[in-house]
Design a protein around this ligand. Structure first.
Ligand SMILES: [Zn+2]
Length: 375
């Protein structure tokens, strides 16, 4: 912490460079441009950098740091992502700027601050000679904000070799709580097929797909158990062509979340078991959970350790359970101890107000450094 505090301005400067390199998930060349910037920083610190090349998405970056003289027993995986939810050009209306102790800009919090924290954590360990005993692998992926389609296998492969996974997603709240649990998240599509007919001439020949979907929605919305952490949200609905036509097609997209793995499986089974309600209608069910729940038991020990380390630095480290998923869900589901929300502290992720509390940058880097040195 003593070493990092005077480096607050340097951290902020690097954050500015990172935020100015826009990196929307769907723009490969933009993500790769930012990726090259991050890769160069790791090379400068003596890490062995390899690219996991992608055709459609940005390349993932693996930076392996084997501190000189370490005994290399085991591995710690530090996870972060390069991509943001902001389209190219957002910066024009939402420039990187500093005001009232905050740094604003697209992706500042989620998560351009993450690599800044990791890079300076390594600097602090090197400068103070407090070198980790284990090999550290930093994995910077390119598609977290769009479901980690191309990175999931890479993350899981690396996690299986690791004794612990530290995730640099933003902290919860301005008091910087780490995330010790996350809901499992999924998306399910229900497609109804009926039969078209004239609403005036031969309505009896029609089968109304919209009605079928409406009846199904009434059924599935009863599966909500907010107290138990199960939510079923019909988020998008589509169907029909004109008012005087009995609609042949309709579909609904449903967001599903669960705290427990058992509830996730149960929900998937219930969706698969849905049958048509209207005579002659057909139903198709697609999708499912794409991120399993991160249950608290996978974080408990790491959280206790982080809390004790924070206390030594004079900080109180709280914990939070959140409904949103991250790549930490994948690693926790493999049974690898995982602690999430170790990234920047701020507000307004995914919004025009997105910002970081600047003075917390050295604190977060110190906490990460302490974890790396003692796990
Ligand atoms: Zn994120």
């Amino acid at each position: 912490m003593e070493w990092l505090r005077p480096h607050e301005v340097a951290m902020m400067r690097l954050l500015g460079q990172f935020v100015r390199a826009e990196s929307p998930s769907f723009d490969k060349s933009a993500v790769d441009r930012f990726g090259r910037m991050v890769a160069a920083e790791w090379k400068r610190r003596g890490a062995r950098v390899t690219l996991v090349r992608q055709r459609e998405r940005g390349d993932h970056i693996r930076a392996e740091w084997n501190p000189p003289g370490n005994r290399a027993r085991g591995q710690i995986l530090v996870l972060g992502h390069l991509d943001t939810v902001y389209g190219l050009g957002t910066l024009a209306g939402m420039p990187f700027r500093l005001a009232r102790g905050r740094a604003f800009g697209p992706g500042a919090l989620d998560m351009k601050g993450g690599p800044v924290i990791a890079l300076f954590a390594v600097d602090a360990l090197t400068a103070t000679g407090r070198l980790p005993q284990k090999r550290i692998v930093f994995l910077w992926t390119s598609d977290e904000e769009i479901g980690s389609g191309t990175s999931r296998a890479v993350i899981e492969r690396e996690a299986r070799r690791s004794d612990a996974v530290l995730v640099l997603e933003p902290a919860a709240g301005l008091d910087g709580r780490v995330k010790t649990g996350r809901k499992g998240v999924g998306e399910i599509e229900i497609i109804a097929t009926g039969r078209a007919a004239h609403a005036g001439l031969n309505p009896e020949d029609g089968i109304n797909a919209i009605e079928e979907i409406a009846l199904q929605i009434a059924r599935i919305s009863r599966w909500n158990r907010p107290r138990r952490g199960i939510t079923v949200n019909t988020g998008l609905i589509e169907g029909g062509t004109r008012t005087n036509v009995i609609p042949e097609n309709a579909r609904v997209l449903v967001d599903v979340r669960a705290v427990r793995t058992g509830d996730m499986r149960g929900l998937e089974r219930k969706f698969r078991a849905l049958r048509p309600i209207l005579r002659g209608a057909k139903l198709q069910i697609r999708g499912g959970f794409n991120r399993p729940p991160m249950e608290r038991k996978s974080s408990a020990a790491l959280y206790a350790k982080a809390r004790a380390l924070a206390k030594e630095m004079g900080l109180t480290l709280g914990e939070a359970y959140v409904g949103g998923g991250s790549d930490g869900n994948f690693t926790a589901a493999l049974g690898v101890p995982t602690l999430d929300g170790l990234g920047a502290v701020g507000e307004g992720a995914h919004s025009p107000n997105e910002n970081i509390v600047i003075h917390t940058l050295p604190e977060r880097a110190a906490l990460l450094a302490a974890l790396l040195a003692t796990i």
